[in-house]
Write a protein that binds this ligand. Structure first.
Ligand SMILES: [Zn+2]
Length: 298
C-alpha cells in the first residue's frame, strides 16, 4: 500500500516528505497504457505531485503540476489533493523509450527541456495561484528543485524514481522524497543535510532494499533528530463525475452542442485522468441546452 510520511527535524531546520508510490504509478500505467518512458515520466511527476499536494494545509485545496518540455512525451500533468491523492495524464502515452543508461530510462529524452513547469494551487476560493519556471533538465526531480528555489525561494532537494521491469514494462517500484530547509535553518543544519544527501542512494535502490518511508526519511535526515508529523496512505484517485462533465459540455456554445446532436446523435466523453466513459444521448444534450437557456445552475 502506498504511503506518505512527513517529518521535521527537532531543531526546526528541515522538513522532509517521502512517498512510496508504487501502487499508484502501477494504476496510472494500467489506465493510460503508457510506454516505459512515459510511465517513468508520469510516475515521477505523480510522486512529486502527491507530496506537493500533501503540503497544502486546506482540505479541499488542490495542486496541479504541469511539465511541458516539448519532448516526445508531450505535456505531463499531475493533480493532487491535500491528502496527497493524485491523478495524472501524459499527452503522448506511447512515446518511444530511449535507451537505458545505467539500467535507467532516459526520462529527460522523453520529456525534453525546452519549456516550463507550471504549478497551480487552487484553494477553492477565488483565483488559483499559479507560477512558472523554466525546465532545467527534463528529469523532473531537478526541475521541481529549481521551481522551489526560483518561484518560492525554498531551498529544496528532490529525488524521484520509477523502476520498470525491462521485460514487460510493468512498474516494480516507485517513490520519491522532498527535503526543504525551513527559515530557521542555520549553516550547520544546511551542511549536515547536504552531507546526508551526498551519501544518499537512489530512491529505487532504497525501496528495493525494502526500506519503509520512515526509514528512508530518517536516512535523508541522518545526523538530525527526527519527529514524525504524519503518515498516511495515498491513492490514485480521480474526482470526475457526470455532473462535472455536464458542466463542461454546458460551457460549449449551443451551436457546438447542436452539432454533436446532429452529427453523432449524442456524445461520449472519456475522462482524461481515469478513462471513465460518460455517455449522453441526443435528448440529454437537448436538455443541457434547455437548462442553459433558463440560466439554471446545472
Ligand atoms: Zn476520471
Amino acid at each position: 500500500m502506498d504511503k506518505i510520511i512527513r517529518c521535521i527535524t527537532t531543531d526546526g531546520a528541515v522538513m522532509v516528505s517521502v512517498i512510496n508510490s508504487t501502487d499508484l504509478v502501477y494504476t496510472a500505467k494500467k489506465i493510460h497504457s503508457t510506454s516505459p518512458s512515459a510511465t517513468a515520466a508520469l510516475g515521477r511527476l505523480l510522486s512529486a505531485g502527491s507530496m506537493m499536494g500533501a503540503q497544502l494545509k486546506d482540505n479541499g485545496a488542490s495542486i496541479t503540476v504541469r511539465v511541458n518540455g516539448q519532448g516526445p512525451s508531450g505535456a505531463i500533468i499531475a493533480v493532487a489533493d491535500s491528502k496527497g491523492n493524485v491523478r495524472g495524464y501524459v499527452e503522448n502515452p506511447n512515446c518511444e523509450t530511449k535507451h537505458y543508461t545505467d539500467n535507467k530510462i532516459n526520462v529527460a529524452a522523453a520529456v525534453g527541456k525546452e519549456g516550463y513547469i507550471d504549478v497551480i494551487r487552487d484553494y477553492g476560493t477565488g483565483e488559483p495561484y499559479s507560477s512558472r519556471t523554466e525546465l532545467i533538465s527534463g528529469e523532473i526531480a531537478e526541475d521541481i528543485t529549481a521551481y522551489y528555489a526560483q518561484s518560492e525561494q525554498i531551498p529544496t532537494a528532490c529525488g524521484l524514481g520509477v523502476l520498470i521491469d525491462k521485460s514487460d514494462g510493468e512498474v516494480m517500484l516507485a517513490g520519491g522524497f522532498l527535503a526543504q530547509l525551513l527559515p530557521g535553518a542555520d549553516e550547520t543544519a544546511t551542511d549536515k543535510l547536504e552531507d546526508s544527501l551526498n551519501k544518499l542512494e537512489p530512491m529505487t535502490t532504497m525501496l528495493a532494499k525494502g526500506m519503509s518511508v520512515e526509514e528512508i526519511a530518517r536516512t535523508v535526515l541522518s545526523g538530525f533528530e527526527v519527529e514524525i508529523v504524519d503518515e498516511y496512505p495515498v491513492h490514485y484517485v480521480c474526482s470526475c463525475s457526470r455532473e462535472k462533465v455536464i458542466n463542461s459540455i454546458a460551457s460549449l456554445s449551443n451551436a457546438e452542442i447542436k452539432s454533436m446532436i446532429e452529427e453523432d446523435n449524442g456524445a461520449e466523453v472519456s475522462c482524461i485522468f481515469c478513462g471513465k466513459k460518460y455517455i449522453f444521448s441526443a435528448d440529454d444534450l437537448e436538455q443541457i441546452i434547455a437548462l442553459k437557456g433558463e440560466g439554471k445552475k446545472l
